[in-house]
Write a protein that binds this ligand. Structure first.
Ligand code: ZN
Length: 283
């Protein structure tokens, strides 16, 4: 049953009326959806969903993000659909063993791994990190050759998986055009989100990285939204915890700015995490 954006109330109604038990969405849509459910005086678990098939954004690759989602909704959350309209809608998904995304477009799409900045080819072996490049093998109308979709990945394995599949397995690290460099360290907004998710009892999960000048960057301003009923002046050493977690896990210096719950925009599509204020001002 396809649902478009802006139909959240109808979606909740439909799930309940027809006893729908599985949902396929972006991970970030589940936050506005849970808020809409709570606003109706219901608990997300009351909807009766059992399975969530997520994709488009890399959130599911982080265990804490996934655990939180499963706890909130009472679902088994699967990283189910990596792909893009330009190439192939679903090229990767995980199996029950959750050993990363299996690439399963062999024969239809050829993939290469390159170094994002120089384009240098990399060997696709366990532990390698780089950008995936795609070439259509079967498409007859307007096939794409060595198409860059800016997905930076880590190869998790190339041998057989416990499920029996033999395709290589990978994890999305982020998009190369979202990547920020802070004193020579590559920082992906997705990784920032994953780190913040560990502090989940005090944070809503929403955040933005505010970039007010072109690179080079010595530090990043991170606007972080608090969980419901918390105010920025009464959260103890939370800013210090955020600074420490980002420094220890992602090796960059953050300057956090805490904002009350509901401040940052909710989206039903991909959340926009990097706000380049200098580009808006100049255009
Ligand atoms: Zn498997």
């Amino acid at each position: 049953m396809p649902f478009g954006v802006g139909q959240t109330a109808l979606l909740i109604h439909t799930i309940r009326e027809l006893q729908v038990n599985a949902i396929s969405a972006t991970p970030s849509y589940m936050l506005p959806l849970s808020e809409a459910v709570l606003a109706q005086g219901l608990n997300p678990r009351d909807l009766g969903l059992r399975k969530g098939l997520f994709g488009t954004e890399p959130g599911m690759s982080e265990p804490s993000v996934r655990a939180r989602m499963e706890e909130t909704w009472g679902i088994r959350a699967m990283d189910a659909n990596f792909g893009m309209a330009d190439i192939l809608s679903i090229m990767g998904s995980e199996c029950d063993y959750r050993q990363g995304l299996h690439f399963h477009a062999q024969g239809a799409v050829a993939v290469e791994l390159i170094e994002p900045e120089t384009g240098t080819p990399l060997t696709l072996t366990e532990g390698a990190e780089g950008e995936l490049v795609y070439t259509h093998l079967l498409k007859e109308a307007q096939p794409l050759v060595r198409y860059r979709a800016r997905d930076v990945v880590r190869i998790l394995g190339t041998g057989p998986c416990e499920c029996g599949r033999t395709s290589f397995r990978f994890r999305i690290l982020g998009r190369s055009d979202d990547m920020l460099q802070v004193r020579g360290v590559n920082v992906f907004p997705t990784a920032v989100g994953n780190t913040l998710a560990h502090l989940s009892n005090q944070l809503s999960g929403e955040f933005q990285i505010i970039v007010d000048h072109p690179p080079p960057h010595q530090y990043l301003r991170v606007r972080v939204e608090l969980a419901q009923n918390l105010v920025p002046t009464h959260v103890g050493d939370l800013p210090q915890q955020i600074i420490q977690a980002l420094r220890e896990q992602l090796s960059f210096r953050a300057e956090p700015e805490l904002v009350p719950y509901g401040t940052l925009p909710r989206t039903e599509q991909k959340a926009r995490r990097v706000i380049k204020t200098y580009e808006q001002a100049g255009s």
